[in-house]
Design a protein around this ligand. Structure first.
Ligand SMILES: NC(=O)c1ccc[n+]([C@@H]2O[C@H](COP(=O)([O-])OP(=O)(O)OC[C@H]3O[C@@H](n4cnc5c(N)ncnc54)[C@H](OP(=O)(O)O)[C@@H]3O)[C@@H](O)[C@H]2O)c1
Length: 261
C-alpha cells in the first residue's frame, strides 16, 4: 500500500508536514494537503506534481474553526477521494504563564491540537475500518510525556494526543488500521516563532523537519504506536523521568522552557 496510498496531511504548508508531503509524493502517493496558507499549498502542489506522477488536492482551511474538519471531510468525499493515510500534523504552541496568556490563543490551540485532530480521525476512520486497511499518524510531541510549566496548555494538548492515539491503536489492532503518535523533540520549524519560543535553550539543538518527518513516516508505515526522533530524550522520558519525584520533573521541565533573554 506504501506507493499508491493517498495521504491527507494537515499543516502541509511548512515544517514537518511539508516534508512528509514530499516523502509521500516521492513514494508515488497522491495527496490532499490542508492548511491556511493557500499560496504555500499551491506551490507545494506544483512542485510535487511536476517532480512525481502524483496528483495533489489543495484545501485551504483554518482548522481552529469548529466546522472546518467536517468541511474538509466533505470536500474530500465529494471529490471521490479515499484516504489511506491520515496525517494529523497541524498544531502550534505558546509560551508564558497560563493565567497571563491570552485565552483566545490557548482556546484556538486546544481547538486545533485536540478538537480538529480528534474530529478528523473520527470522520476518516470508519472508511478505513470498513476497507480493513489504513494508517493514522498523529503528531504529538515529547511534550506529551510530562507537564509543561510555561507551556501548560500546549503540553496538555500533546498528552491528550499521545493518550488518545495509543488508546485507539489498541482498539483497532484487529481492524487492519494502525495509529502512530509521532513525538518529536525540538525541531527547527516555524513552530518556534509561531509559539513565541525564541530564546528557549531547548531549541538551540533542534532537529531538521526532514529528519523528523522521515522518522514519523517510517514509523507510520511500520504501524508503530509511538515514534520519538530524539533517542536521548526518548530514553530519558521512558526510563528515567517516570522514576523521578514529580516535583523534580516539574522543576526540570520548567527550566527547559525558561527563556535565556
Ligand atoms: N517544531 C517543534 O519543535 C515541534 C516539536 C514537537 C512537536 N511539534 C508538532 O509538530 C507539528 C507541526 O509543527 P511544525 O514544527 O512543522 O511547525 P510549523 O512549521 O509552524 O507548521 C505548522 C503547520 O500547521 C499549520 N497550521 C497552523 N495553524 C493552523 C490552523 N489554524 N489551521 C490549519 N493549519 C494550521 C500551519 O499552516 P498554516 O500556517 O498555513 O495554516 C503549518 O503548516 C505540530 O503539531 C507541532 O505541535 C513540533
Amino acid at each position: 500500500m506504501a506507493d499508491k496510498a493517498t495521504a491527507l496531511i494537515t499543516g502541509a504548508s511548512s515544517g514537518i508536514g511539508l516534508e512528509m508531503a514530499r516523502i509521500h509524493a516521492n513514494a508515488g502517493g497522491d495527496l490532499v494537503v490542508v492548511a491556511r496558507r493557500r499560496t504555500a499549498l499551491e506551490e507545494l502542489k506544483a512542485e510535487l506534481e511536476s517532480k512525481h506522477q502524483v496528483s495533489v488536492m489543495v484545501i485551504e482551511a483554518d482548522l481552529t474553526r469548529q466546522e472546518a474538519p467536517s468541511d474538509v471531510h466533505r470536500q474530500v468525499t465529494d471529490a471521490g477521494i479515499g484516504i489511506d493515510y491520515l496525517i494529523n500534523n497541524a498544531g502550534f504552541g505558546g509560551h508564558g504563564l497560563f493565567h497571563e496568556r491570552e485565552w483566545a490563543q490557548d482556546e484556538s490551540m486546544i481547538q486545533l491540537n485536540v478538537m480538529a485532530l480528534t474530529e478528523l480521525t473520527r470522520l476518516f476512520l470508519p472508511a478505513m475500518v470498513e476497507r480493513g486497511r489504513g494508517k493514522v499518524l498523529n503528531v504529538a510531541s515529547t511534550a506529551g510525556f510530562i507537564p509543561g510549566p510555561l507551556q501548560a496548555v500546549y503540553y496538555a494538548t500533546k498528552a491528550y494526543v499521545l493518550s488518545f492515539s495509543q488508546a485507539i491503536a489498541e482498539e483497532l489492532k484487529d481492524a487492519g488500521v494502525t495509529v502512530t503518535a509521532l513525538c518529536p523533540g525540538p525541531v527547527d520549524t516555524g513552530f518556534v516563532k509561531a509559539g513565541n519560543l525564541e530564546g528557549v535553550d531547548a531549541f538551540d539543538q533542534a532537529a531538521s523537519a526532514r529528519t523528523v518527518a522521515e522518522v514519523g513516516y517510517e514509523a507510520m508505515l511500520k504501524g508503530k504506536h509511538i515514534a520519538i526522533d530524539d533517542r536521548r530524550l526518548g530514553f530519558m522520558l521512558n526510563w528515567i523521568v517516570p522514576f523521578l519525584p514529580r516535583k523534580m520533573v516539574l522543576r526540570m521541565s520548567r527550566q527547559s522552557m525558561e527563556k535565556n533573554t
